[in-house]
Write a protein that binds this ligand. Structure first.
Ligand SMILES: Nc1ncnc2c1ncn2[C@@H]1O[C@H](COP(=O)(O)OP(=O)(O)O)[C@@H](O)[C@H]1O
Ligand SMILES: O=C(CO)[C@H](O)[C@H](O)COP(=O)(O)O
Length: 489
């Protein structure tokens, strides 16, 4: 029984249509932050480089295939709709509505509602042309579900939650300093659940899914499928391309999902969903990835030494490396990216701390008062709560955000510079552990828009830092959907 509260007021959402006139071959404009009324109006004079025309004020839809990526981050979700040239046709974002289930936030209900609300935000005339869909989610966000119904058997455990009770058991079966040997790993969450429920009769028919897997299951209906990026922190070995023997020998291994490559086609969209939303029945639902990998894909960095820092609610760094590196003592692990390695880690510091202190408008205003060339003498460790994952894996690490100066802009400067120092420590650690040395950093996430922060980071990192061409992880997920559709051709 859950006591639902008023859904989180949807202050507004951002629909961005790029009006591209085939006659003048240029963008007629870009409309954003449109209120709900716009959605109901017919979209006229919208044409694109393909065969879209307008008759009697109605849009005759394009025959061009489109590819949908959805990003389920910490503070909200977004979609990006691209064509085969990776040109953006539409995008939107939504905050998560807040529902309570007793004392806990009902994340599953919130994510499911946001999924279908965002799908309904996609312009009706574009939906039949969506050839494939992929979704990225926060890494190690774990849902144990009923393997028949897909219904959650307990509340989801978020990416930064820790199950320290299970850590000794995990360390006793895994190799030393393996990626799963941190309290926030998916395997610790699974083992903790198993310790509490293995005697329940339903436990044998339970299944482990990650946030992106479960959302994709709502669209394709085939339970128990994940990708080798999301599955890294439950112990899947992307080099073996299999679960290791020490994990398969465990009694709970029956709960583990089968693993395919990110972007691989899973199944066509469920008939009920395609009919309800006006999607083509041939729309393919493809395996997903994690949000920071989707952000890396969106940045289109392809050479070893190139790196992407996701400045979202958290600070996640991804460095393209010729060599694989992992060390749970520091929260360092390597994701597979085709034939290379994405080495990195994710700190609990990041925008979530900024949002606890400032609104986005205040961030804009206060940042303008900062001189990024001047180092801040303030030395903080900005965390939203106790606990850090990377570049130190310490569930008991305390936030440090004092002394607070009188000037808010000085305070913000100190926080931005302190987060930059954590970022620099992270990249230095990757180099010390043997990864290819970073030579250029691209920035994704909400913090990428802050030019002063970019300059502070350039000074602290001693490297060229720029905003990625595409800063939204949803764009990276759309590239995965495009890849999945092409693999079916
Ligand atoms: N001008 C700004 N400077 C620095 N950070 C910002 C700015 N505007 C927004 N942010 C931060 O961006 C974060 C949201 O980024 P986003 O990529 O949407 O995060 P996520 O997907 O992880 O929830 C917020 O925590 C917010 O504090
Ligand atoms: O912190 C996060 C929440 O946004 C990231 O999802 C996550 O920790 C990054 O993990 P990965 O490196 O596996 O993509």
């Amino acid at each position: 029984m859950h006591a639902s509260v008023q859904p989180h007021p949807l202050t507004c959402y951002y629909l961005s249509f790029s009006f591209y006139s085939s006659s003048t071959n240029h963008y007629q404009g870009n409309c954003r932050s449109i209120n709900k009324e716009f959605r109901r109006r017919k979209i006229i004079n919208m044409s694109s480089s393909s065969s879209e025309t307008v008759k009697n004020g109605n849009l005759v839809v394009s025959r061009e295939q489109l590819y949908l990526g959805m990003d389920f981050g910490t503070s909200g979700a977004r979609y990006a709709l691209i064509d085969k040239y990776a040109q953006l046709h539409a995008e939107a974002k939504r905050e998560y509505p807040l529902y309570m289930n007793g004392e806990s936030i009902d994340w599953a209900r919130s994510w499911k509602e946001t999924l279908f609300s965002l799908l309904e935000d996609i312009p009706l005339h574009l939906r039949p042309h969506i050839a494939s869909i992929s979704i990225d989610g926060t890494s190690a966000t774990t849902i144990i579900v009923d393997s028949c119904t897909g219904e959650p058997l307990c509340r989801p455990l978020l990416y930064n939650e820790t199950c320290s009770d299970a850590l000794p058991a995990v360390k006793s079966i895994a190799p030393p300093n393996h990626t799963v040997c941190t309290a926030s790993s998916t395997l610790c969450k699974l083992v903790s659940w198993w310790h509490s429920h293995s005697q329940d009769k339903g436990s044998r028919s339970a299944a482990l899914l990650h946030q992106a897997d479960w959302l994709l299951w709502l669209l394709h209906g085939k339970l128990g499928i994940s990708d080798y990026n999301n599955a890294l922190k439950v112990g899947f070995d992307p080099e073996l391309d299999a679960y290791p023997p020490w994990l398969l020998a465990q009694p709970y291994s029956s709960l583990l999902p089968s693993i395919i490559a990110p972007g691989s086609p899973i199944a066509n969209i469920k008939e009920q969903v395609s009919k309800q939303l006006g999607f083509s029945e041939d729309c393919i639902v493809c395996a997903g990835t994690t949000d920071s990998i989707a952000a890396f894909l969106a940045a289109r960095a392809t050479e070893p030494g190139k790196a992407v820092t996701s400045l979202g609610s958290t600070l996640a760094i991804k460095l393209l490396s010729k060599s694989r590196v992992e060390d749970a003592r520091f929260g360092v692990y390597s994701h597979r990216l085709d034939d290379k390695w994405l080495v990195g880690g994710a700190s609990n510091t990041g925008g979530v701390v900024l949002r606890q202190l400032f609104t986005d408008e205040q961030l804009e205003k206060l940042s303008q008062q900062i001189n990024p060339a001047l180092p801040s003498s303030l030395d903080y460790y900005p965390l939203p709560a106790v606990g850090e994952r990377f570049p130190v894996s310490d569930p008991s690490m305390k936030p440090r955000l004092h002394p607070r100066p009188d000037s808010d802009s000085d305070y913000l400067h100190g926080i931005l510079e302190s987060i930059a120092r954590i970022e620099a420590k992270g990249y230095g650690l990757l180099k010390d552990l043997g990864a290819t040395e970073a030579d250029e950093i691209f920035t994704a996430g909400g913090g990428a828009k802050n030019d002063k922060w970019t300059k502070i980071r350039e000074r602290v990192l001693g490297l060229p830092v720029s905003r990625a061409a595409q800063t939204e992880a949803a764009f990276g997920a759309a590239l995965l959907a495009l890849k999945g559709a092409r693999s079916k051709e």
